[in-house]
Design a protein around this ligand. Sequence first.
Ligand code: SF4
Length: 311
Amino acid sequence: MKYIYGPVPSRRLGYSLGIDPIPPKTCNYQCIYCQLGKTTNFTNSRKNYYPKNDIIAEMEQILKLNDNEIDYITFVGSGEPTLYKDLEELILKAKELSKKPVCVITNGSLLFQEDVQSSLMYSDLVIPSFDAGDEKLFKKINRPHPSINFTNLIQGLTNFKEIFEGQFWVEVMIMKGINDSKEELFKIKRNLDLINPDKIDINVPIRPPVEDWVKIPHVSIISILDEVFEDYSNINYPEKGKFSIHSTNFEKELLAILERHPMRQNQIIETFSSSIFNKERIISELENLSTKKKIKKIIYNEQIFWKIHID
Ligand code: SF4
């Protein structure tokens, strides 16, 4: 099959049958974290990159076979799906052939255009990405086509959410040293407040990114995420194990957490353990910091806690 793959199990969508109407790496972004490699066809032109009738012929064949085994039909793949000009017709065809909900995973860059908005109107779920809180970081992370700007991106996401009757979930990719500071996360949050998505999924680059300097944030970022998004109930974080646990600066990272709240010793061990930084080493580092009067051990409810040392 050329355009349809799966069904593949997905954490969010159950079993999802993928429809990919765009040739490999045809995109209007060149994201630093893209797992598909370099954007080889960097374009913002909407057109039918493959013959529509060929895609529909495959859909007719495959959807009949798989309808009972899937939870979602998902337009996604090797490039940006909203660049397919007749996407609306493909979505309507999927709805005609199957009773399963239709999802579109998009970078969201063209949602400000009326033709793109109307092409997604018949889908049940739209999942755009949103990784930066301002134009400067947007350009650094997503490296968009010159005809795309941050103002239009925000306007598109906000307007579309207002008129769309289906579910609208936003994905945010967090990368070490790029957008994982409290300041950048607050900027992202302020924009998410405007967009008002039904759900937010925080991701980290667990698959090899196109740029090898893109790294997974350290697990200690969870406490910053908790602080920034404390008033959000519709947010999902990756499982703890997906974050980096290799501590390059144990003292700095631990103090950053303890400045916000005390931590159980077991939690500290769980957070900072790695193959080269084991339980004994962590306890010895804690005792060391205590001797330096940087942190203080307390026993509470029969458990060992560590808190910041204040004279
Ligand atoms: S929008 Fe998606 S396909 Fe395009 S560069 Fe970014 S991650 Fe890759």
